[in-house]
Write a protein that binds this ligand. Structure first.
Ligand code: MG
Length: 376
């Protein structure tokens, strides 16, 4: 990668790993962010994303997104934008592939249920859990826990954290916590991975929503983003309908979001003129949609919230899933000896249970629920 901008995150100036490791030779080897990406790709938590719900439960159909395919789509969109802004594609890819590693089984319902179980024990936050996975829970190396990723990748993974958890985990988080306390921005690559996530899920949730029959394509006409792109597509292909129309409109929406993001971010970068990562950290967010497109994205997201995420069929299924999480939590409180031994001994019992349950796939959580319930 030769043409990175001065404001990009560059591997040679990385703040490094917690446990120092020799880097690979610069000519033949991978740079630190490429190694991070490969470590994420080879870890067990990454493979389990295949059987974790995004919106639709994993068993509802083979064409629906899972956390794995979602993460791949985020990485694809992130890299496409990174290239056009001369940002570091490798870092964007590493962050994108890792960003959902801490998600529980059963999507948001699972996360809410686990958070409720943990309410007296510092709660459950999925961004923090993703960091926990890469910093401690993966066991792959002889001399340290976790994947020992570069600072910039870890920073991108920890997108949000509550004030309370910053205080509790101050020693572990180190400089990662400073950013939140001093109101600094993360790298542009981290900002980009975050928005690529939004672009990916807004579009694939439309696609999955219509495929599932929960969303009617016509009802999306009330949103400006869909309706304006649909007009353009139908002008060119007046006969188009069904899934080809859906795919073409979505393709147009992704294109316009990416174009707008690139152009508006270029403008912001020109205005604030960051010359280094330090400048980026002190600037306002520089990877952002224009106001008009942002409003359209907000409108689309609130449409999806009302009509898809809160659809009775989605809510019913996820409520059932939440009850299964609650059962598993209570069960392991009483039978702590059944929690696999490799979960950290230094954590209290509730946290160890949360780590164990959060790592479960949908199908494993369900089969454990059935097995343990029948045991009494
Ligand atoms: Mg995501």
């Amino acid at each position: 990668m030769s043409s990175l901008a001065a404001y990009s995150a560059q591997a040679f100036s990385s703040l490094g790993r917690v446990h120092p490791e020799p880097e690979e030779p610069s000519k033949s080897g991978r740079n630190p962010f490429q190694r991070d990406r490969d470590r994420v790709l080879h870890c067990a938590a990454f493979r389990r994303l295949e059987y974790k719900t995004q919106v639709f439960l994993n068993h509802e159909g083979d064409d629906f997104r899972t956390r794995l395919t979602h993460s791949l789509e985020v990485a694809q969109i992130g890299r496409a934008v990174a290239r056009r802004l001369f940002l570091n594609e490798d870092l964007v890819e590493a962050i994108s592939l890792a960003h959902d590693l801490g998600h529980t089984p059963f999507g948001h319902a699972g996360q809410d249920a686990l958070n409720a179980c943990m309410k007296d024990y510092d709660g459950f936050e999925h961004n923090l859990q993703s960091l926990w996975v890469v910093d401690e829970l993966e066991e792959r190396y002889p001399s340290f826990d976790g994947l020992n990723l570069s600072y910039e990748t870890r920073e991108g993974i920890l997108k949000h954290i509550s004030r309370k958890n910053i205080q509790i985990h101050r020693a572990w988080l180190g400089p990662l916590a400073d950013r939140f306390e001093n109101n600094l921005q993360p790298t542009l690559e981290a900002q980009l991975a975050n928005i690529a996530d939004e672009i990916a899920y807004s579009n694939h949730d439309i696609d999955d929503g219509i495929r599932s029959g929960l969303l009617q394509m016509e009802s999306l006409n009330q949103t400006e983003l869909w309706n304006s792109r649909r007009h353009i597509v139908l002008q060119k292909y007046p006969q188009l309908e069904g899934r080809r129309l859906r795919h073409e409109v979505i393709r147009h929406i992704i294109h316009i979001l990416i174009d707008d993001l690139v152009n508006n971010s270029k403008k912001l970068i020109e205005q604030h003129h960051p010359q280094s990562i330090d400048d980026v950290r002190k600037s306002p967010p520089l990877i952002a949609f224009s106001d008009s497109v942002k409003n359209q994205v907000v409108e689309l997201k609130s449409f999806l919230f009302k009509n898809l995420y809160r659809h009775p069929r989605v809510v019913n299924v996820t409520q059932e899933a939440a009850e299964q999480i609650e059962f598993l939590f209570q069960y392991f409180l009483k039978h702590s000896e059944e929690i696999p031994g490799h979960f950290r001994k230094k954590d209290n019992l509730q946290r160890r249970i949360a780590h164990y349950i959060a790592g479960m796939t949908d199908r494993f959580a369900r089969s454990e629920f059935i097995r343990l319930q029948s045991k009494g």
